[in-house]
Structure formats: C-alpha cells, structure tokens
Design a protein around this ligand. Structure first.
Ligand SMILES: [Cu+2]
Length: 480
C-alpha cells in the first residue's frame, strides 16, 4: 500500500511539473536564478544561529530527505570583512553529532575557533548547543569560502544531504578597476542530491551518543545537480554586460568540468586568493571543495548553456555525464563591455624564492573494497598526531597519489602554493586550499606555517568526503 501511495504521489507531482513547464512561454528568458540570502557583518561582528535539522524538500519534481541549516537547502551567505569576528551559535537538532568547519579560513584551530575536534552532541542531550567565535585576521585574504560539518565519519552524509553554505570575505572590488564596482555579483553553490531510499548504512566512526551509522552513498550513482537548490535555473545578462560569478563546489564527493557555451570565463580568483594575472578559460575543472571567481561578459543575444561536461576521475574512479547546470539568456539593450584587467593582484609572495626548512612525502592509497583509504599506510585516528611542524617553517610536501582515481588534498588553517605536477613546474599565479591529485601522480606544494594563529592541532585530508570519512585524513600539530 505504501509503495502504491508513493507512486501515485510521484505521478501527480510529475504531472503538475509537466503542466507547469508547458505553461511557460516558448523560449522563456525568465530569471529563475536566486542568490543565497546575504547576512552582513556590522561594526566588525556577525552574530548568527544555525540549526542543523532533518527534513524533506522538493528539488525539481522530487521530494528528498535533506539535512539543512535552519530548514534551508541553501542557507544564509555570510558576508564578512577582514578583521571581523564571527559569533556563530550552533543548535543541533539532528539525532547525530555535528560541528562546523570554516573552509579556507586562515584562523586559529583552538578553543571556540575553527576547531573540528569540538562537536555538538545530538539534539536534546547536554552539549547540543555550541558557540563559535572565529576572529579573521586584519590581513585575511578576500575571497569566496564556505562552511560545512566536519564530524568524524559523518561529514559525507551531512554534506551530501545539504549541509553547506557560502561565506564571502570582502575585498575583490578593491582590486578590480573602479568601473566594476556595480556589476552583478552572483554566487553559484553547486550541490547534488541522491535519494536515501534503499541505501545501506555503515558505522565509520564511533561517537559518544546518538545515531552512529550513516548512509553508504555511491558517488558514481546518478545524482541530481543543483545551483542554489534549483535544477537548471535561468539567468539574464545584457549583451556586453559584465557579471561576477563565484562558483563553489560545495557537494560531498563529485567533480565538475565547467563550460559556458559561446563565452570565455575570465578567471580572477581561485580558492583563497585573487590571481596575479587574469586568465581567460574555456573550461574549468572544479574539484570537491574548490571555488573559482570568474567574470562573464554577455555574448550576442541568445541562449547559452552553462554545463558540466562528461568526465571520468580515473579507471577506478567515477564517471559523470554531461549536465546543464544553468541557462544564460543574453537579452535586452546591449552595453559596452568593460575592459577585462590583465594584472590583478600584486600582493602574492612566490614561496619558491624562500628557503625550504623541511620536506615530507605523503602517499595516498586505497583498497579496492571502496571502504578503506589511507595516508602513508594509516587510517584516521582522532587521538594521534601524525605530523608535527614548528611555527615559522616553510615545508615542501610531495603528495603521491598511488591509486587509479583522483583525490583532492586539503589542509586547514593555511593556504599553499602548488609548484609541480608530475615534475612539470606550475606557473605561480595564486594560492590554493585544495588541489586535485590526478591518478598515479605526484603533486608538490609549499606550505608556509608562518602565522602565530596556526599554532595547535588541525587536519589535512582528501576532500572527497567518502574518502575522508573512510580514513584518508591525518592530524597535524603546529608548535611554537
Ligand atoms: Cu580521495
């Protein structure tokens, strides 16, 4: 009976969806894209409460089980300035532990700051509410960041079901030419959702109380891709108009190969930094957790698809089909295009000109069971310290991917410079906080452990959260 009810319910929703779609005028150029709701800091502080909770939401014609902040699949976008303090109260309404990581922030990992070793207990237990106080240094990089949960063994499920949101640290418009000040500023949160119906459950990390098992997602299974929670929204631009698109991969596991038909994407930012020199891109690989900021100038009047192209993450990885993420309508009165700047950011240090104090190698491996992932032969242990670094060091790390699928290296609390991939030197143009590791490759990076706020324990890991939750993570301690 239950199945019959669900089927009738689905048929009715699909029917309503088809009727609604047919009701739209042919070639509609409606703007259905909705930016996340902005919450701005005032007088140097931003106070906000977030409630992680389970619920149901309609995405396109289908209803999905979701985990959200404050009941919103696209939660508030936090707008901060360098030097601000973020006071965030996390009131856990989930039946399992959760917490928050401020991805890309160069802040302290201690106490109530960006400390992933601290968790909010499940709802209705002592410790279900925790407070964060995150102080951005005055010289913090401007850029597009994001927040998401980071509890041991439960990050994939919580992010997969919707828990991720945007943070913007202001400053881009100070380095762009003055005539860019009023361009449209859009945020694209790329998330994908799968139904939890019929999924097996697994135990990945023991916790004190509440629900301990999580869904065993398959990152290679069909998934519904959304932009700010909407399937294929429409966006308008005038021919010649310039817009800023901040594009963030805030899903748990999957990659994007971005392409905008008929347009170049003029890249100005990546992860935690603005580029020395603007780069005109035909396509952009966006690994899990990566962000790019691009300038787009409206082409001749017409309809253009913004797509992720078909791609594979390796012979033992995943295969993703081509999907239209959004549709751009170039329409209305043409405007004169702004000249795209060449040089943009002259504040970046090329660490290759500095003395390297220490070199290390980290080898990423996995078993073919899909359940066991390792760094230097070890799986994550909350209580271990795998790497100890002295404050003031500049280290070179060789990241060896000894598997036949991509992985994504990420470290908390600092940015790094990618210098080599498979022996080939990388032109220095920006820093990163994630870097894709191709199958059977070696990526070399330089890490400046140079700011006093880095002191303490934090983590580095693969940002494919299925891998992180299954062991591909280690603890680092920076000591004075
Ligand atoms: Cu991985």
């Amino acid at each position: 009976m239950k199945t019959f009810f669900i089927n009738i319910h689905r048929l009715v929703t699909v029917f309503i969806f088809i009727v609604a779609a047919c009701g739209q005028p042919q070639g509609s150029t409606d703007e259905t894209f909705v930016n996340p709701e902005d919450v701005y800091s005032k007088n140097g502080r931003l106070d906000i409460t977030l409630n992680p909770q389970e619920g149901k939401t309609l995405i396109g014609p289908e209803e999905y089980t979701v985990f959200t902040y404050n009941g919103k699949y696209t939660p508030p976008q936090l707008r901060l300035n360098p030097g601000d303090t973020l006071n965030l109260k996390l009131v856990n309404m989930l039946s399992m532990e959760t917490n928050i990581h401020y991805h890309g922030f160069d802040v302290s990992p201690l106490g109530k700051s960006d400390n992933i070793f601290r968790v909010a207990s499940p709802r209705a237990t002592p410790g279900a509410t925790i407070d964060y106080r995150v102080i951005l240094p005055k010289d913090h990089n401007a850029g597009t960041y994001w927040y998401h949960p980071h509890p041991c063994g439960k990050s994939e499920q919580q992010v997969s079901l919707g828990m991720s949101g945007s943070i913007i640290v202001s400053g881009l418009f100070d380095i762009l030419p003055a005539d860019f000040a009023n361009i449209k500023d859009r945020t694209f949160l790329l998330k994908d959702i799968q139904s939890t119906e019929g999924l097996q459950k697994v135990l990945l990390c023991d916790t004190k109380n509440g629900v301990q098992e999580v869904y065993d997602f398959d990152s290679n299974a069909p998934t519904t891709r959304t932009v700010n929670g909407v399937i294929n929204p429409g966006l308008r631009i005038a021919p010649g108009e310039t817009q800023l698109w901040r594009i963030s991969n805030v899903g748990a596991n999957i990659y994007y190969m971005l392409k905008l038909e008929g347009h170049k994407m003029y890249q100005v930012g990546e992860d935690a930094s603005y580029l020395k020199q603007v780069v005109a891109r035909d396509s952009i690989l966006l690994a899990p957790a990566a962000r790019v900021e691009v300038l787009v100038q409206g082409g001749p009047a017409g309809r253009y698809e913004f797509k992720t192209l078909a791609m594979s993450t390796g012979s033992e990885g995943d295969n993703y089909p081509e999907v239209t993420l959004a549709t751009l309508f170039s329409t209305g009165t043409p405007v004169k295009p702004l000249p795209i700047p060449g040089m943009l950011n002259d504040k970046l240090i090329d660490y290759r000109t500095y003395h390297v104090t220490n070199r290390r190698t980290f080898t990423f491996t996995e078993l073919s069971d899909g359940d066991s992932f390792y760094i230097n032969g070890r799986q994550f242990n909350l209580d271990s310290i795998d790497t100890k670094v002295k404050l003031g060091s500049l280290e070179e790390w060789s990241l060896v991917n000894a598997t036949n699928e991509m992985h994504v290296f990420h470290i908390h609390q600092l940015n790094f410079q990618v210098t080599q991939i498979n022996g080939e030197a990388i032109n220095f143009n920006h820093y990163n906080d994630v870097v894709n590791m191709p199958p059977q490759s070696t990526v070399k990076i330089l890490l400046p452990f140079d700011k006093p706020y880095m002191v303490g324990k934090f983590v580095y890991h693969c940002h494919i959260l299925a891998h992180e939750d299954r062991g591909m993570m280690q603890v680092i301690e920076v000591v004075k």
